[in-house]
Design a protein around this ligand. Structure first.
Ligand code: CTP
Length: 312
C-alpha cells in the first residue's frame, strides 16, 4: 500500500520506500542522547554561532560594516547610521537558554494532531512564515509564539508589498503577541525594501511584535555547515534554519509539522502540503525529502525529537 503512495507534495523518487524507512526509525523508542546532542550543539556554536549572530544587533554589527547578501553574494549592504539605528541594541536572545523548544514546520501532517497543548507547553516556540493560529488550528498547532519568520513572498502577495493598506498585516501580526518577527531583509535585494516597510509599519502602529533582521552572515555560515553534513541543495528551508537555531538555544528540541510526503505515515490519508492550504513548495530551491532524511537521522541519534503522530 505504501509503495503506491500518491506523492502529491514533493517530487521525490521512491517515496514509498522513504516513508517506510522513516517509519522504521520513528517506531524505535526515542531517548535523548546527551553526548550526541552536546557534540552537535558545540559544532553549531563553533561554526555558525547563531546564539550571538543569527539576528543583527548593534552589538554584532557596527556602523560602516559591509553585509554580503546570502542569496546574492555579489550584493553588499553598507551599514549606515540610519540602518544601524533600526537594529536592536542588546544580545539577540538576552543571553538565555531555554529548556524546551518547539519548532513548527507548516506540513499538513500537524493538522488534526491535537498537538496544540504540547506545543504551548514548550518554553520557546518558533514558527515559520506567518502561519495561521486561529480558526480552529490552535488545537493542533497551539498559539504560543516566541519567534516567527516572515517570508517576503507573503508580504508581496498577501499584504500588497506594504504599499497599500497596512492594517491587514497589523491584524495578522497581532496573533503572535510580543514575539520576535524575523525578517530576511538582506537575503535577496528584492527583500530589503519590503522588510524595511514592514519594520516601519510595526513601529508606526506600535504593534507588540519585535521586528528583527536575520543576519545574512549567519545564513552563509549555516549553509556551509549543512553542506558538510550532506545538505547540498541551493537554499536551506526556513524550517531547517529554525531547527538549527533551536538546537543552539534549547536543551530539548521538538519538531512538529515536518513531513514532506503527500501521505500520512499512520492513517495513509492524502495530506496537503501545509496544515492550512495546499500551496506547493518551490522544488527549485529546496529538497525537503533530503532535509527530512537529515532531520530523521538527528532524531535517531537522540539530538532532537520529531513528532509525526498525534499528541493524544
Ligand atoms: N515543511 C515540511 N513539510 C511540509 C511543509 C513544510 O517539513 N510538507 C517545513 C519546511 O522545513 C519548511 C517549513 O516547514 O521550511 C515551513 O513551511 P513553508 O511555509 O511551506 O516553507 P516554504 O514556503 O516551502 O519555504 P521556505 O522554507 O523557503 O520558507
Amino acid at each position: 500500500k505504501m509503495r503506491s503512495a500518491p506523492n502529491t507534495i514533493a517530487s521525490c523518487k521512491n517515496c514509498g520506500e522513504k516513508i517506510k524507512q522513516a517509519l522504521e526509525i520513528y517506531s524505535e523508542t526515542w531517548t535523548k542522547q546527551d553526548f550526541n546532542y552536546e557534540k552537535f550543539r558545540l559544532d553549531l556554536r563553533v561554526n555558525v554561532n547563531g546564539f550571538d549572530e543569527a539576528i543583527i544587533t548593534q552589538t554584532n554589527t557596527a556602523v560602516g560594516s559591509r553585509l554580503v547578501y546570502d542569496g546574492e553574494r555579489k550584493r553588499i549592504l553598507n551599514v549606515t547610521q540610519q540602518i544601524y539605528d533600526l537594529f536592536p541594541k542588546g544580545h539577540p536572545f538576552s543571553n538565555k537558554r531555554w529548556d524546551t523548544c518547539a519548532v513548527i514546520g507548516n506540513g499538513g501532517i500537524v493538522a488534526n494532531s491535537s498537538c496544540g497543548k504540547m506545543i504551548n507547553s514548550a518554553d520557546f516556540v518558533i514558527r515559520c512564515n506567518l502561519p495561521p493560529l486561529s480558526d480552529g488550528y490552535e488545537k493542533d498547532v497551539g498559539t504560543k509564539t516566541n519567534l516567527v519568520t516572515a517570508n517576503p513572498t507573503i508580504l508581496f502577495k498577501k499584504f500588497e508589498s506594504l504599499v497599500g493598506r497596512r492594517r491587514p498585516l497589523m491584524e495578522k501580526l497581532s496573533s503572535y503577541g510580543n514575539s520576535m518577527l524575523l525578517l530576511p531583509a538582506f537575503s535577496f535585494g528584492m527583500n530589503t525594501a519590503v522588510c524595511m516597510r514592514t519594520l516601519y509599519t510595526i513601529q508606526d502602529f506600535e504593534s507588540a511584535i519585535h521586528p528583527v533582521f536575520i543576519n545574512p552572515e549567519y545564513l552563509i555560515k549555516l549553509s556551509k555547515f549543512w553542506h558538510t553534513h550532506g545538505l547540498k541543495e541551493a537554499r536551506l528551508s526556513t524550517g531547517v534554519m529554525m531547527t538549527s537555531l533551536a538546537l543552539e538555544l534549547c536543551d530539548d528540541v521538538h519538531l512538529y509539522g515536518f513531513w514532506p510526503f503527500g501521505i500520512h505515515p499512520f492513517s495513509f490519508k492524502n495530506l496537503t502540503n501545509h496544515y492550512y492550504d495546499d500551496m506547493k513548495p518551490n522544488t527549485n530551491f529546496h529538497s525537503m525529502p533530503v532535509e527530512f532524511s537529515i532531520l530523521l537521522q538527528l532524531h535517531r541519534n537522540g539530538v532532537l525529537r520529531l513528532h509525526l503522530g498525534d499528541c493524544q
